[in-house]
Structures are given as C-alpha cells and as structure tokens.
Design a binder for this molecule. Structure first.
Ligand SMILES: [Mg+2]
Length: 371
C-alpha cells in the first residue's frame, strides 16, 4: 500500500456536560482527526486523543499537530506499507508523543482492515460480538452523584467509575456504597495520593471497590508495588503504563492487578494489542479506558475491547453521553449495558466528513507531490 494523501482536521466539539477532575475541567473538546487515503482510493480514519492542556499526560493538541505535521506524516508519505505494524515501526525513529503517533497509526489500521474487507475487530483477532459498557460519573455533591449513578444504572451501564482525591474519597464513596451496595464501582485517583496516604487508602478497602486506579504518581511503578501489598483493593495502573516495557515492569514488581489500556497513551493499536497479549499470558485482566473521544477513537476502543482478555467493562459509553452529534454514523449506542461490535469493514461506522469540516478550526492536507 502506498499512501496518496493524509488530511488533518483540528476539530472542536462542545461536551454536553463539562467534565471535571481535580486537575482540570474540559468543556469544549479539541481533537485532531486524520484521514489517510491510499493510491487505490481507500481511506481510513484516526484520532489524536490528547487534550488541549497537559493535565492527563504531557502531550497536547498543539504538540501533536506539530509532531504530525513536521515529522510523522512527511516520513510516512514516502514509504510502501504492507501492514499497520510497519507504520508503527517506522515511527519508532522518533521519541515519545504516543498520542500523536497513535492517531496516524489508527488511520492505517482502519485503512488496512478496509482493504482486507474485514471489520477492525476481526482484523485484530477480536472474539466478542458485544462488549460491556461502563461509565464515568463526574465529582459533585453526593446526592447529585447518586442521581447521576441511578440514571446510568437504569440505562444499563455495568460498571461505574468515580474520580477521587483526598478531598473527595471516603465520605463520597460511603454515600454511594450505602445507596448501591452491589454496584460494580471503581475509583480513579489520577495520581492524587502519595505513600503518606496509605492509611487513608486502606480505609477504602471496606467499599469492596472493583479497583482503585492510579493512586500514586504518574511516573511511578515501584511505590505502587509497595501500596498494593498494603491494600486488599486491586490497584489498576493507567498513566504509569505508557509503553510495553512499563507493563512488563509493573507485572514483574506486582505494582498492579489490573491494567487500563488506552490506545493513545500506549502509542497506538500495535502496542495496545501487545500489552493485551502480555497481560493475558500473566493473568492480569485489562479494560479499555476512555479519553472523551469522538466516535472515531470510540470505535477503535470497541474493536480493541473485543479481544479476549478485556474481561472488565471499559469507559466505553454511548456517543450521546458526551455529544449532541457525533462525527460517525450510526453513533455508538449502549443497549442494556452492551455495545455491539460492528461487523462491516474497518471501524464499521461511516465518518461524516461534511460535519467534520464544519467543526474544523484548521485543516491541512499532505499529498505525495507536495514533498
Ligand atoms: Mg484513569
């Protein structure tokens, strides 16, 4: 396959409800959407899931645009490719910037799956026809959170995640647990604690949480191993796992019992699949984390979550949970807590390019002849 052109769209979509964590609030979601077209006219789509500011990891929309525009895309236009894994390998000459590289690699995966006439899930060896949907509920007063959880439980979501920090943990979880004793509930700390908080975190064991996600520093693997020894609640690592080797180290040290795989954070679908396979060999269940993404990245998450070791419901919700109108058709829909894995070629949804152009603040096209 030779690439004919790659288009980049800097889009802005307003969230139905602002999303808050202790590190920042997101109300308008900027994304970079990428369209890769080959010489036969087949196109694939990808998405850069970095945020506008570096509150989750160090990448931003602007740094990703720069990497793609000045380094990644020009080099890919030169080559000839037989598998998306080769695109992944070609980008290894540069360091870092996992979300930017994941975005362009995603477009190649969609394109190659379409060329093969297979759904993306089939193309990567997925085995599930339907996946379980989980949802994140924003931090608010306990009564508002209980109302929000009630609504999501009625909609059929099978797992609820709440964000915690030292100002919102024991009391908040206590109130939720009292109301929902059986709920599959988990807490994501986004690195809000240190090892000085061991006693505070131990108190959360009584809530029988499915897991506590990323309690300690985003670059730590060693202290999480120490904390895990003190807690009965399983630790899940998110921000700490940005590469295959991080996952190897965390498993070896006993730093976690669960891993959250995000395609963007680990540098693309090739790495996401490798980490999935590693975790399966080591008896570590995985789930797929969300990034407030559009339907393009969301459909990649669905395909990824169809792999056999994704045994815990991920942050994969309906498009309508976040957007008035998504960029894909049909939109992602949760029915009785499940999402059907598409069976048509590639990501299995058509992409509304006209709408993407309407919501784009910037568009750039790279063609072979431009170089
Ligand atoms: Mg997380």
């Amino acid at each position: 396959m030779k690439i004919k052109k790659i288009e980049m769209f800097l889009t802005k979509l307003e969230l139905l409800q602002p999303f808050r964590t202790h590190l920042g609030t997101v109300s308008e979601r900027e994304s970079i959407l990428l369209k890769m077209t080959d010489m036969d006219g087949v196109s694939g789509w990808g998405e850069v899931v970095a945020f506008s500011s570096p509150w989750y990891t160090e990448e931003t929309i602007q740094t990703s645009w720069h990497m793609l525009e000045d380094f990644f895309i020009p080099s890919l236009l030169q080559g000839q490719w037989e598998h998306p894994g080769e695109i992944h390998n070609a980008l290894l000459v540069w360091k870092g910037n996992p979300m930017a590289r994941a975005g362009v690699e995603m477009a190649a995966w969609d394109l190659f799956a379409k060329r093969a006439g297979k759904s993306l899930a089939d193309f990567i060896g997925g085995t599930r026809k339907r996946i379980d949907a989980g949802v994140v509920v924003s931090v608010d007063t306990p009564s508002k959170m209980i109302d929000a959880i009630n609504l999501r439980v009625k909609e059929g979501y099978q797992r609820v995640k709440v964000k915690i920090d030292p100002g919102h943990d024991y009391e908040m979880l206590h109130a939720i647990r009292r109301e929902f004793p059986q709920l599959a509930l988990m807490a994501d700390a986004n690195s809000a604690y240190t090892l000085n908080d061991v006693d505070r975190l131990k108190k959360l064991d009584e809530f029988q949480l499915l897991m506590i996600e990323q309690p300690l520093a985003s670059d730590d693997i060693i202290e999480h191993a120490e904390l895990q020894k003190a807690l009965s609640t399983p630790i899940c690592l998110d921000e700490s796992i940005v590469s295959y080797n991080d996952a190897v180290h965390a498993i070896k040290l006993g730093s976690c019992q669960v891993i959250n795989i995000k395609i963007g954070r680990v540098g693309g679908l090739t790495n996401a699949i490798r980490i999935h396979d590693l975790c399966m060999r080591n008896g570590i269940p995985v789930w797929c984390g969300g990034m407030l993404e559009t339907g393009i990245s969301r459909s990649f998450n669905i395909a990824l979550a169809s792999l056999p070791n994704f045994t815990i419901p991920g942050d994969i919700s309906s498009s309508s949970r976040y957007w008035k109108k998504d960029v894909i058709e049909p939109e992602v829909v949760v029915t009785q807590g499940k999402i059907s894995v598409p069976t048509s070629p590639g990501i299995g949804h058509s992409v509304n390019e006209k709408y993407i152009k309407e919501i784009s603040a910037k568009i750039k096209t790279f063609q072979k002849e431009d170089l």
